[in-house]
Design a protein. Structure first.
Length: 470
């Protein structure tokens, strides 16, 4: 049997066993959220909330670099895997080198193009006369590291394609630690202010980019550097596949810009600082659910490939119970974590930012449990190779509803509408997600031991996904 051959996906997992299997992925995603909070908290503690606000205001410009990186890396990763599977190693390596060069060049040009626009670009993104100079000071340093940041993001996909997931994880963690360490040195020891915050980010990005690039430097690596001359159709195909990632990242930047503009309109510079804190706290909510889904659903995919309805139903029940437990825990933590989070950001009772954040905290953090519902259901349906329902969930909660509600709710409710927008977006999406969960149960039969006859394309896709995990 598969179990005796050491196939970890073939086991019959208990509730605790399923949680422990997914735990490394949960912890890695949680680390990402914690790192982002401490990275920005260091900037606030050693400088001021103006630096924090500036980092959040320039983020939409940075998001374009992220979008470009994911357009080429996310799209090319699938194509490169296909080419390698077809034993077309030379074409794969030429294509990889070409998309690496193109994405790096575009990111470099974009970084300097933003600077040529002057302070006006920051006013457009939500800054006022007080914050615009901080944004300029940050970006004047930040732009030089955009090529490294693009390379770092790209290799998070390319190293997986090269069969080096462990190296990818280690570099990601070390890169975060380098950023935090240099943040303290630049801002706490050398007192470089907002420029030090940009240097800290850049040093971590440069470390991640260089370390990742060295991992596949050897020609013995499955994926390595070659002449960037490749068929134009491969570049076009990479962009076509990665278009969804591009749109998501670009829209996230746009949503952040609207969030900042509305916060500035109703609450001034302190509102932008609170908006930044809330958005980074949201990342902390997202991490455990994303990690749980990535860790647990490959088991379901394997069981789909086996076409074993009893195992699928048993794992689904355990997945659902663990999801509910996590939703309750994260929702409660979202409420009680207010003071510790604000203290980490250097805020104390009586400070303007602390006062505003504490008054609006419950309006925003009510989204914590709703995020869990949406992410858990989205990942569950993805395990069945369903593309439509997970895509609808993702687009609703991440793009369409937040952007629309950030415009509409403040018109109806005033300032409170700004902080409620993301929570209402998650709530509406949760209703849709629960409907899809019921629809998926009827379609895929995971709510019964008897199951249903699954389409062959679902079985094949599940086997392929499980084979990658093994």
């Amino acid at each position: 049997m598969a179990e005796t051959n050491g196939n970890k996906l073939a086991k019959n997992y208990t509730l605790i066993g399923l949680f422990l299997f997914a735990l490394p992925s949960v912890l890695l995603q949680l680390w990402t959220g914690i790192y982002q909070i401490f990275d920005t908290a260091i900037a606030t503690n050693f400088n001021s909330t103006a630096t924090l606000s500036a980092i959040n205001i320039v983020y939409p410009a940075q998001a374009v670099v992220e979008a470009v990186a994911f357009l080429f890396s996310g799209g090319s990763a699938a194509l490169l895997g296909k080419l390698l599977g077809e034993k077309k190693g030379l074409e794969a390596n030429k294509t990889f080198t070409a998309v690496l060069v193109i994405s790096t060049v575009i990111s470099t040009i974009w970084g300097f193009a933003i600077s040529f626009m002057g302070d006006q670009v920051w006013y457009m993104l939500g800054a006022d006369a007080e914050l615009a100079p901080y944004c300029t000071q940050y970006w004047d340093i930040h732009r030089f590291f955009m090529p490294f940041y693009s390379i770092q993001l790209g290799f998070q996909m390319w190293l997986l394609t090269a069969g080096k997931p462990t190296q990818c994880m280690v570099i990601t963690i070390l890169g975060g630690l380098v950023t935090l360490g240099t943040d303290v040195i630049y801002q706490g020891t050398l007192h470089l202010g907002t420029a030090g915050a940009a240097l800290g980010f850049g040093t971590g990005a440069a470390f991640g980019a260089i370390a990742s690039a060295l991992v596949i430097f050897s020609k013995t690596s499955t994926l390595h550097y070659a002449s960037p001359k490749c068929p134009g159709k491969n570049i076009a195909e990479s962009c076509k596949i990665g278009l969804a990632d591009f749109i998501y990242s670009a829209a996230t930047g746009f949503m952040t810009a609207i969030y900042n503009i509305q916060a500035m309109k109703f609450f001034g510079a302190d509102g932008v600082a609170v908006a930044a804190i809330f958005l980074y706290v949201q990342f902390l909510f997202l991490g455990p659910f994303i990690g749980f889904g990535k860790g647990a659903t490959p088991i379901i995919s394997y069981q789909i490939g086996e076409n074993d309805p009893k195992k699928i139903h048993s794992t689904y029940v355990k997945y659902r119970r663990l999801g509910i437990i996590m939703i309750v825990v994260i929702a409660v933590l979202g409420i009680v974590m207010m003071n510790p989070i604000l203290v980490v950001y250097g805020q104390t009772p009586g400070d303007p930012v602390y006062t505003l954040a504490s008054q609006k905290w419950i309006l925003f953090t009510s989204c914590a449990g709703l995020i869990g519902i949406n992410i858990c259901i989205q990942n569950m349906l993805t395990a069945f190779n369903d593309t439509t329902m997970p895509l609808v969930i993702s687009v609703l909660r991440s793009l369409v509803l937040p952007i629309a509600l950030l415009f509409v709710l403040p018109m109806i409710m005033g300032g409170d509408g700004v902080w409620l927008a993301l929570t209402v977006a998650e709530a509406i999406t949760a209703v849709v997600s629960l409907f899809f969960l019921k629809k998926g149960a009827d379609k895929y039969g995971y709510n019964t031991d008897e199951g249903v006859e699954l389409p062959e394309e679902v079985l094949e896709a599940a086997r392929a996904a499980a084979a990658e995990e093994v």
